[in-house]
Design a protein around this ligand. Structure first.
Ligand SMILES: [Mn+2]
Length: 282
C-alpha cells in the first residue's frame, strides 16, 4: 500500500520521494515495533485521509501550504541500502522523506547526503539529544556518529525539544557548540522566535530529522521512548512547516511505535506532519 498522497508512479517526475525503512536493529528501547511504522503510517493515511464518493477517491488537502508537489512512494528498503538510495534521490535534486524505523537510520540517510552537499545544517527535533559517544551506531549516538562526516556543520545546527538528556550528552553538546532549545524553552520563547533562531543559524542546506517522541505523549503515545511534557501537535506542525518554507534538502520521521499506539493516533499524526511538511517545502 502506498502513502495516500503519493500522486505519481514516475520516479523521474517526482519532486519528493518517500522511502520506508522498516528496521529497528539500532534501537535499545524496551518498546519494540518501530519497524512496523512505515506501513502503519501508509495504511492509516489511506484509512483516515481518503474520501470516497460515487466511486471517486479524493485525498484530504494540506491546511498550511498548497499541495503542488509530485510525490513518489519508493516503498520499503533495507537499512543497508539507505545511503545509496537517498544519495541517488538527492543527486537528482529531489527531496527524500525517510520513514523509520529507529533513529539510527538518520545516520545512514546523512551518509548518503554528505557526499553530495556541503555545509549541511541539521535541525534535530527530538526529546533526547541522541549525543552519546561512549557507545556508537545506535539510536542514542546519531548526533555523535554524524559528527564524523565531512560536511555536517554543527556550528549551524540546532536541536529542538530536548528534555531528557544524559549527563554525557550535555558535555558533548557543549564541546561541539551545538545549540539546543528545550521543549519548555519552545513554550517560553514562542514559536515565531524559535523559527527566527533557526533561520539565523542554518546554512542553505538544511536537513530536518524528527523523532516523534518530541511530541507530548498525550498526543503521540506510540513512540519507543516517550517523555512527558513535550510539544503539542500544532507546535510541531508549525515548526516543521515554517522550517520547510526556509528550504530543506530532506527530512525524516522516526520512532513511531505502532504496538504502543492508541487508535493509530501517532501514526495518523505522523502522516499529517509528513504531508504538511512536504507541501511547504520551498
Ligand atoms: Mn531520537
Amino acid at each position: 500500500m502506498k502513502f495516500a498522497w503519493a500522486n505519481t508512479d514516475s520516479l523521474d517526475k517526482a519532486d519528493v520521494v518517500l522511502v520506508g525503512v522498516p528496521d529497528e536493529t539500532g534501537s535499545y528501547a524496551r518498546r519494540k515495533s518501530c519497524s512496523k511504522a512505515p506501513d502503519a503510517i501508509r495504511k492509516v493515511s489511506n484509512e483516515r485521509e481518503v474520501f470516497e464518493r460515487k466511486g471517486m477517491k479524493t485525498v484530504a488537502l494540506s491546511q498550511i501550504c498548497p499541495m503542488n508537489k509530485n510525490i513518489y512512494d519508493y516503498g520499503n528498503i533495507s537499512k543497508g541500502d539507505v545511503s545509496k538510495v537517498v544519495g541517488k534521490i538527492v543527486g537528482e535534486d529531489k527531496i527524500p522523506v525517510t520513514i523509520g524505523g529507529d533513529h539510527s537510520i538518520t545516520a545512514e540517510v546523512l551518509k548518503g547526503i554528505d557526499k553530495l552537499r556541503e555545509d549541511i545544517s541539521i535541525v534535530y527535533i527530538d526529546s533526547h539529544p541522541d549525543f552519546i559517544c561512549s557507545s556508537k551506531e545506535y539510536y542514542g549516538s546519531v548526533v555523535c556518529d554524524i559528527a564524523e562526516y565531512k560536511n555536517i556543520d554543527f556550528s549551524s545546527s540546532i536541536e529542538i525539544g530536548i528534555r531528557a538528556p544524559e549527563p554525557e550528552e550535555l558535555v558533548n553538546v557543549r564541546r561541539k557548540y551545538l545549540k539546543t532549545i528545550s521543549s519548555i524553552g519552545v513554550e517560553a520563547m514562542g514559536l515565531k522566535e524559535v523559527v527566527e533562531k533557526v533561520r539565523d543559524r542554518v546554512s542553505d542546506n538544511v536537513y530536518v530529522s524528527l523523532d516523534m517522541d518530541v511530541i507530548d505523549p498525550a498526543f503521540a503515545p506510540g513512540v519507543s521512548s516517550p517523555v512527558p511534557a513535550g510539544l503539542t501537535s500544532n507546535q510541531l506542525l508549525y515548526l516543521m512547516t515554517e522550517i520547510a518554507k526556509l528550504g530543506i534538502i530532506g527530512f525524516d520521521v522516526m520512532e513511531v511505535c505502532p504496538d504502543y499506539d492508541m487508535q493509530d493516533m501517532t501514526s495518523h499524526l505522523a502522516a499529517r506532519i509528513i504531508i504538511e511538511t512536504i507541501s511547504c517545502v520551498k
